[in-house]
Design a protein around this ligand. Structure first.
Ligand code: UD1
Ligand code: M6R
Length: 365
């Protein structure tokens, strides 16, 4: 049921304070994380030679968002695989690997075929899914249900943020035996407790995102630049815009800007740059300066109070978001972009919950 909302996507975006609370329920115990579904296998995961994240679409992007923190806390190399590409290449998977399959539905054909492939190759297979008793949940050796509640809109929103939180908790669980990172882990756990409140705060940008959508309504294209943790936000924001608002959009790694995409920038093309505070902030400041020099139509997403610092070289529109711990910032930053794509879709008169040509669950190859 949609309740007071016009569309499921809208409802699911606004539900995120609650869905994140359910995702974490029973899993944060004081200053530690306990994922019941992994308790028999966590030691094996800690000793694996490599962790491979495997998924499609939004689920892949969620894994990409969690990757830097998992690398940091585990010290284990973490590689990324789009399920179909792993299968196309028949890429190497070994017994010493932990393969983590991420899928909201747990029924995506490519992800399930990649699971069969990893099982044949002897890897420990871990599932992260929203669907109890799904094929993914049944066939993996162990896993974690994200418990975000049923997601009906074809565009994945609340499952994305819950998947990220589960993978952050996975990193905390894997790193739980290390004294050297205890302080860092405790800070993130405090951040997790507070995250639903901050999500509630960022949802207040709804009207501002509707206004922004009005100004972008007739655009043919939208670029989104991110880096570090927020490379995933750029990919996921652009995926939402193309999937529901049927507008061309590309999520780009800001570090690659001068290697091609900068040629597209002129005074007509809108460009979103994600420049919230983290270890990449000064690099993003210089990206913004360079885009200004090319007269780019900038929309800068920055931490509250940072507009003049982020856009020191000229006028730009801004999306100011509350600042949280670096690895949790992706959960906050995607929300204005979800709202933007929702409003763009409504304004353009397209079907929000059932975008043309797409299915909620892609059960064929
Ligand atoms: C489980 C119960 C939950 C209960 C809690 C109390 C279920 C589905 N969950 O939650 O209702 O409140 O104990 O301690 O009954 N699994 C996979 N692959 C996946 C996902 C999960 O194999 O992709 C397995 C897990 O390894 C685990 C089981 O499914 O054995 C349940 O996983 P999860 O719901 O995440 O476990 P808990 O959070 O402990
Ligand atoms: O159910 P899954 O998470 O495996 O689905 C994967 C993709 O099909 C899915 O995330 C798709 O990209 C979404 N419709 C994006 O909003």
């Amino acid at each position: 049921k949609k309740g007071n909302y016009d569309h499921f996507m809208q409802k699911e975006i606004h539900e995120q304070p609650q869905s994140l609370t359910t995702t974490m329920r029973g899993r944060l115990k004081g200053k530690s994380v306990i994922l019941g579904g992994l308790k028999d296998d966590i030691k094996t995961i800690r000793h694996s030679r490599r962790i491979i994240f495997i998924g499609c679409g939004t689920s892949y992007n969620a894994a990409l968002a969690a990757r830097p923190f998992l690398e940091e806390l585990s010290g284990i190399p973490v590689t990324m695989e789009i399920a179909s590409d792993l299968l196309d290449r028949q890429g190497p998977v070994y017994r010493e690997d932990t393969a983590v399959f991420v899928s909201q539905s747990g029924e995506t054909a490519d992800t399930l075929l990649a699971l069969d492939y990893a099982l044949e190759n002897g890897a420990l297979c871990v599932g992260i899914t929203n669907t109890v008793s799904s094929t993914l949940a049944r066939k993996t050796h162990c896993g974690v249900h994200i418990n975000a509640g049923c997601e009906i809109g074809v565009a994945s929103t609340k499952a994305y943020t819950s998947q990220i939180v589960v993978m952050i908790m996975l990193a905390l669980d894997i790193g739980d035996d290390k004294v050297s990172t205890k302080q860092r882990r405790e800070t993130i756990i405090d951040g997790l407790y507070n995250l639903p409140n901050i999500v509630r705060e960022v949802l207040k940008l709804d009207t501002a995102m509707k206004d922004l959508a009005e100004s972008l309504m007739d655009e043919k294209s939208l670029l989104v630049f991110g880096r570090g943790y927020n490379y995933a936000t750029a990919l996921e924001g652009a995926l939402k815009v193309k999937e529901v608002a049927l507008t061309h959009s590309e999520g780009l790694l800001a570090g690659e800007m001068k290697h091609g995409p900068l040629a597209l920038v002129d005074e007509t093309l809108p460009v979103i740059v994600i420049a919230t505070r983290d270890g990449c902030f000064s690099k993003q400041q210089s990206v913004i300066q360079q885009l200004h020099a090319r007269k780019g139509r900038l929309i800068v997403m920055c931490s509250q109070g940072d507009v003049s610092l982020a856009c020191s070289t000229g006028f730009c529109r801004s999306i100011e978001v509350p600042q949280v711990e670096d690895c949790l910032q992706t959960v906050i930053n995607i929300i204005p972009l979800q709202l933007l794509s929702y409003h763009l879709t409504v304004l353009r008169g397209y079907d929000v919950d059932q975008p043309r040509n797409l299915a909620k669950s892609v059960t064929t190859q």
